[in-house]
Write a protein that binds this ligand. Structure first.
Ligand SMILES: *Cc1c(COP(=O)(O)O)cnc(C)c1O
Length: 481
């Protein structure tokens, strides 16, 4: 497909700009010569060519409105269209962040109420909505841990992280100056209790635990894990990026977690990808609330306002107040579903994942054979051993069957990992169609492995050299080198 620059013909235009009705003056002399742009070299195309170009591009893309999107550990929720309507209300989109509180009561109320709903759902005393992503929420949470020990006058230099964790966990620990110590998984894909007990000394600030973890398992020994960490004065941190497996069924605050970061863009809808938009609220138990970032939304009788009056705060972590549009969508989603609806959402997520696990387990090796939560993890090892077909080949072949591939090669402790998370709103027919494609590919791997290795063959581009694209990106304009 041609670039829009290649479609350009001098003089063609897709818009009519009215002629100026004020006197025009030359810019020479007013602006530095070297700052004056002479040859702008923008594409010049007609309206038809313009619309066709971008429509064609959009048809070569894949999105949730086109098909099933079973990406694991990155929860691509059902995103009700009413979320978009709500987020586009002019009262939300056309407000200046510096507008005085008297103009913004509705917005402040929404943030205040969202915070209360999250406290109730997760069993936490308080939440900040400021961080703009899960990773930034983690960083905020670990900064709070650090400040907590500083205030207590304790010097703790290490933080424990299971080997199944998302890469952002050790990164957040390291950014706060902690030495990160890896805790291995046990034979069931949970925390190895003996290893935890040994590593959890008084030099350790705490454990960052993802629950359910990236293998899709709820930590069976959570009570024991919490006891070990707390007995040594540590904090139990929950990476709650994918909390869609237990909403309304259990609360991290009730089972021993002291603080948690959520990913509103995963658990509470908002399509995300390619870096945003996100929102990573951090919830804390009562005695940690004084460390939360400022400004915070507070309520004086029936009025809302921002307050910076928290002397022990870790400070501000984001310009203004966070990604407000994501908060609007999460708020809409929560109100839309209510308590019972959220419970059902989680139940369906777990049911769907277990259905896929059961249907595919005769054809692919399971990383661990036990009940899963919202996602199930297979290994492509059998296909590698018998037919030299790798997980990457299977993922690429799925494109030919019209499905977005699941997450692959993560978690890293599973060789040739295939991590499938079916959205809770998908119908049985869709799940079956996906399973049948996976089964057909397993059969192809046996009978015609070259076909799988050569996939995809129906997409606009075949296999890209992803390393080259990352290492030597070509961002030049056409005609330049
Ligand atoms: C997605 C994810 C993160 C990071 O969240 P971002 O919003 O991408 O920064 C952290 N932990 C887990 C388990 C995740 O799935």
């Amino acid at each position: 497909m041609d670039l829009i620059f290649e479609k350009s013909r001098t003089g063609r235009t897709a818009s009519d700009i009215p002629s100026v009705d004020v006197p025009s003056i030359p810019l020479e002399g007013l602006i530095d010569e070297e700052l004056l742009r002479k040859d702008v070299d923008l594409p010049e195309v007609s309206e038809l060519d313009l619309v066709r170009h971008f429509t064609e591009l959009s048809r070569r893309n894949f999105g949730v409105d086109l098909g099933f999107y079973p990406l694991g550990s990155c929860t691509m929720k059902y995103n009700p269209k009413i979320n978009e309507e709500a987020a586009r209300l002019p009262g939300f989109t056309e407000l200046h962040p510096y507008a005085p509180a008297s103009f913004t009561q509705g917005n402040l109320e929404l943030m205040y109420e969202l915070r209360l709903m999250l406290c109730e759902l997760f069993g936490m005393a308080d939440f900040t909505l400021q961080p703009a992503a899960g990773a930034q929420g983690e960083l905020t949470g670990i900064m709070i841990c650090k400040k907590y020990f500083e205030k207590k006058g304790e010097k703790r230099t290490r933080i424990l992280i299971p080997d199944a964790a998302h890469g952002t966990n050790p990164a957040s620990g390291a950014l706060c100056g902690f030495e990160t110590v890896t805790i291995p998984s046990n034979g069931e894909g949970g925390v190895d209790i003996a290893a935890l007990r040994e590593a959890m000394t008084e030099a350790v600030a705490g454990l960052m635990l993802t629950n359910p973890n990236t293998l899709g398992f709820f930590e069976k020994n959570i009570g024991e894990v919490a006891r070990i960490v707390h007995d040594r004065g540590g904090l139990l941190y929950c990476d709650g990026a994918n909390a869609n497996a237990f909403l309304g069924r259990t609360r991290p605050g009730d089972i021993g977690f002291d603080l948690i970061q959520l990913n509103l863009h995963k658990t509470f809808s908002t399509p995300h990808g390619c870096g945003g938009p996100g929102s990573g609220p951090v919830g804390v138990r009562e005695d940690l609330a004084r460390f939360l970032p400022v400004p915070r939304v507070i309520r004086d009788q029936d009025r809302y306002r921002f307050s910076e009056d928290y002397p022990d705060t870790i400070g501000r972590v984001k310009a203004f107040y966070g990604n407000f549009n994501v908060m609007v969508k999460a708020y809409t989603y929560l109100k839309l579903l209510g308590g019972e609806g959220l419970k059902r959402t989680s139940d369906m997520a777990v049911l769907n994942a277990n259905y896929i696990k059961a249907r595919l387990s005769p054809y692919y090796d399971l990383a661990y054979d036990r009940m899963c939560m919202h996602e199930c993890v297979f290994s492509g090892s059998r296909q590698v051993r018998s037919h030299e077909v790798h997980t990457l080949d299977i993922a690429k072949r799925l494109l030919d069957y019209g499905f977005h591939p699941p997450t692959i090669y993560f978690p890293m402790i599973v060789p040739e990992a295939i991590m499938i998370e079916p959205t809770e709103t998908e119908s049985k027919e869709t799940l079956d169609a996906f399973c049948e494609a996976m089964i057909a590919i397993a059969r192809e791997a046996e009978e015609n492995p070259a076909q799988v290795r050569g996939a995809p063959c129906t997409t606009p581009v075949r296999r890209l050299d992803e390393v080259l694209a990352a290492r030597k990106p070509n961002v030049s304009w056409p005609g330049e080198k």
